[in-house]
Design a protein around this ligand. Structure first.
Ligand SMILES: Nc1ncnc2c1ncn2[C@@H]1O[C@H](COP(=O)(O)OP(=O)(O)OP(=O)(O)O)[C@@H](O)[C@H]1O
Length: 563
C-alpha cells in the first residue's frame, strides 16, 4: 500500500501543480452530486410517505406543508443534475489538460541528447508510453481519487443522517460502510494488481507482435518465421484473455460483495426502523427516509470498482512515467560558441551504448562562421557520430561542445507516409508552395515531382516509398534547405545520385547555403570538393587537416571515391 502510494505520489504532485484548483473543484462537484442524489432519495421517500399519511384525514391534509419538501426535492434534483454536469465538464477538461502537460514533459525528456535515440531503438515502447501509459493515468484521478474521496464523504453524510434516527445505529452504519465497502475496494485493488499488470504486458506484446507481422511480413516470410510470429501472437492473445478472465472474476466477486453489503445494511436498517417505529421513537416517514438513505449509501463505493480493477495498470503506468516527470533542465547539452565560430569542441570523447571503446577520443575541432568543412575518413571512423554530436542528438561523455543551431541531413532519408508537401513542411510549417518548389528545384527534384499526377499533393508510402533512392535523398535535401539554421550538417548528401545530377545539386546547394556554415561527412570526392577545409579522422582523432589551395587538400581529395 505504502509502495503504491510512493509510486503514485509524483503523478499526484503533477496533477496538483498543473490543475490543482480545477481538479479540486471537480471533486467538490462530484461530492455535491452524490450527496444531493442520496438526499433526494431520502427526502422523496419521506415526502411520499408523509403525504400519504397526511391524506388519511382531512385535518392533517389541510395542515400538511407540501410546498417546502417539494421545493427541496426540486432543488436537490436540479442541484444534482447541475453538479453532475459541471463535474463532468470540469474534471474531464482538467484531466485532459493534465495529460497534455504530461505528454509535453515526456517529449521534453525524450528531446534530451541520447534519450530520444535510446527510445527510438524501441519505438513500440515509445508509443506505449505516449498512448497507453499516459491514458492509464486518467483513471488515477477520475476512477480512484475522486470516487474514494466522495465515497468516504458520502459514508460520513449517511452516518450523520442516520444518527438523527438513532445515534448508535447511525454510527454503526457509517463504520460498516467505510470498513466493508472501502475494504472491498482496497481488496479488489490488491487482487487486481497482478492480473492488471499482466493484462498491460499482454496487450503490449499483442500489439507489438501484430505490428511486426504486418510491417515485417516480407522479412518474416524470407526467413521462414511467419508461422512462429503467428504462434507468438496467439500466445500473447491467450495471456490477454487469461488476464481479462482473472479481472472479470474479481469484478464479479466485488460486485457480489457490494450487493451483499448493501443488502445487509438495508436489512439492518429495516429491522432497526421497524423496531424504532414500533416503540414510537420515529414516525413512518422518518423510517422511509432512513431506508432510502441506506439504499443509496453503497452506490458511491460501487463507483470505485473500476478504479480498483485498473489499479495495476495505473501503478505500472505511473512507475514507468514517473522518472520522466522531473522538470528538464533548461540548459541543453549544447551551448553557444563565440561570435566567430559556428561550433567549437575541445577534448571530446563520445561512445555509443554497447561499444567498448569510444568512437571519438579527445577530439578538438572548430568551424569559423561561413566556413565549409568536409569530414573524411574510413567507414565507421565516427563521421556521422560527429554530426550527431553537433546536432545535439547524442551527448559527449567528456569534453565541451558549443554549437550554433544546426539542421542535419542524415544518411537515412527520413520520410513519412504523407504528401510530398507535408514531408517538406516538417522543416517549415508555414512555407508556401512557391517556397517548397524553390527548395525542390535547388535539390534537383522539382521536375520529378511536377511529373507526378498530383504534384506536391502526391502521397508517399511508408518510409517515403514510391520514390527512388536518389529521389528520396533529394527530397530529404530539399527539406533541409527549408531549415533556416546558421549551420547545416550534411551526411553524404548526394550519395545515390548520378554524377551529373549530383554535381548540379552541389552547385545549387552551395549557392543556397550562402553565408551558412557547412559540415559535410563524406567518402565522395565531389562532395569534399566544395569545402574550404578537409579534416581526416582516424582512430577517433584528427589524423590530418588541409586547407583549400594547398597540395595536402588535393592529396586528401585524391584519396576519396571518384564520381
Ligand atoms: N547507434 C549506434 N549504436 C551503437 N554503435 C553505433 C551507433 N551508431 C554508430 N555506431 C558505431 O560507431 C562507430 C562510428 O559510426 P559512424 O556511423 O559515426 O561512422 P561513419 O564514419 O559515419 O561511417 P560511414 O562512413 O560508414 O557512414 C561505428 O563503429 C558504428 O558501428
Amino acid at each position: 500500500m505504502r509502495r503504491s502510494l510512493s509510486i503514485l505520489l509524483p503523478v499526484i504532485r503533477l496533477f496538483s501543480v498543473e490543475r490543482g484548483a480545477s481538479l479540486g473543484l471537480g471533486a467538490g462537484l462530484s461530492a455535491l452530486a452524490t450527496l444531493a442524489g442520496t438526499a433526494l432519495l431520502g427526502l422523496s421517500g419521506w415526502f411520499i410517505t408523509a403525504s400519504a399519511f397526511a391524506g388519511l384525514t382531512v385535518t392533517s391534509a389541510m395542515v400538511f406543508d407540501v410546498f417546502a419538501p417539494s421545493a427541496g426535492i426540486r432543488l436537490l434534483a436540479i442541484g444534482r443534475t447541475a453538479a453532475r454536469y459541471g463535474e463532468r465538464i470540469v474534471t474531464h477538461d482538467a484531466t485532459l489538460k493534465v495529460l497534455a502537460a504530461l505528454r509535453e514533459r515526456l517529449f521534453r525528456g525524450w528531446a534530451q541528447p541520447a534519450a530520444a535515440a535510446a527510445m527510438m531503438r524501441r519505438p513500440a515502447k515509445l508509443l506505449f508510453r505516449l498512448t497507453n501509459d499516459v491514458d492509464a493515468l486518467d483513471s488515477l484521478y477520475l476512477r480512484v481519487l475522486v470516487p474514494a474521496g466522495v465515497a468516504v464523504l458520502a459514508a460520513f453524510a449517511v452516518m450523520i443522517a442516520l444518527c438523527f434516527i438513532d445515534p448508535l445505529f447511525g454510527g454503526l452504519a457509517g463504520l460498516w460502510l467505510v470498513a466493508i465497502c472501502l475494504g472491498l475496494s482496497l481488496a479488489a485493488g490488491q487482487f487486481a494488481l497482478k492480473p492488471g499488470r499482466r493484462r498491460v504486458h499482454a496487450m503490449e506484446a499483442l500489439r507489438a507482435r501484430s505490428i511486426d507481422l504486418v510491417a515485417g511480413q516480407t522479412d518474416l516470410a524470407m526467413v521462414g518465421r511467419l508461422q512462429a510470429q503467428r504462434v507468438a501472437i496467439a500466445v500473447a492473445d491467450q495471456r490477454l484473455a487469461q488476464a481479462d478472465d482473472a479481472l472479470n472474476r474479481i469484478d464479479t466477486a466485488v460486485a457480489a460483495g457490494f450487493s451483499l453489503a448493501s443488502t445487509l445494511l438495508l436489512t439492518a436498517t429495516l429491522l432497526t426502523v421497524a423496531l424504532l417505529a414500533k416503540q414510537g421513537t420515529i414516525g413512518t416517514p422518518a423510517a422511509a427516509f432512513a431506508l432510502l438513505v441506506a439504499f443509496a449509501a453503497t452506490e458511491p463505493f460501487a463507483a470505485m470498482r473500476r478504479g480498483a480493477l485498473e489499479l495495476g495498470r495505473t501503478l505500472l503506468a505511473a512507475k514507468r512515467i514517473a522518472p520522466r516527470l522531473a522538470p528538464v533542465s533548461a540548459a541543453p547539452g549544447i551551448i553557444g560558441p563565440d561570435a566567430e565560430h559556428a561550433f567549437q569542441m575541445a577534448g571530446v570523447v563520445v561512445g555509443h551504448q554497447g561499444t567498448a571503446l569510444p568512437v571519438l577520443r579527445d577530439l578538438s575541432l572548430s568551424l569559423a562562421v561561413g566556413e565549409r568543412l568536409a569530414i573524411v575518413g574510413p567507414s565507421g571512423v565516427g563521421k556521422s557520430t560527429l554530426l550527431a554530436l553537433l546536432a545535439g542528438e547524442i551527448a559527449a561523455t567528456n569534453g565541451t561542445v558549443a554549437s550554433l543551431p544546426a539542421a542535419t541531413l542524415t544518411q537515412r532519408s527520413e520520410l513519412f507516409q504523407d504528401t510530398v508537401r507535408d514531408n517538406l513542411r516538417l522543416a517549415d510549417p508555414h512555407a508556401d508552395d512557391s517556397r517548397l518548389r524553390r527548395a525542390l528545384a535547388t535539390a534537383g527534384l522539382l521536375e520529378d515531382i511536377e511529373a507526378l499526377p498530383r504534384g506536391l499533393s502526391s502521397r508517399l508510402g511508408e518510409g517515403g516509398s514510391g520514390l527512388s533512392g536518389g529521389q528520396s535523398r533529394r527530397l530529404a535535401l530539399a527539406r533541409l534547405l527549408l531549415r533556416d539554421t546558421p549551420l547545416w550538417l550534411l551526411d553524404e548528401p548526394t550519395e545515390g545520385l548520378d554524377a551529373g545530377t549530383a554535381r548540379a545539386v552541389l552547385v545549387r546547394l552551395v549557392s543556397a547555403a550562402a553565408a551558412r556554415s557547412l559540415v559535410i561527412a563524406t567518402h565522395i570526392r565531389r562532395e569534399a570538393d566544395i569545402a574550404d577545409r578537409i579534416v581526416l579522422l582516424d582512430g577517433g582523432r584528427i589524423a590530418a587537416t588541409a586547407l583549400r589551395g594547398t597540395p595536402e587538400f588535393d592529396m586528401l581529395l585524391d584519396r576519396l571515391r571518384p564520381d
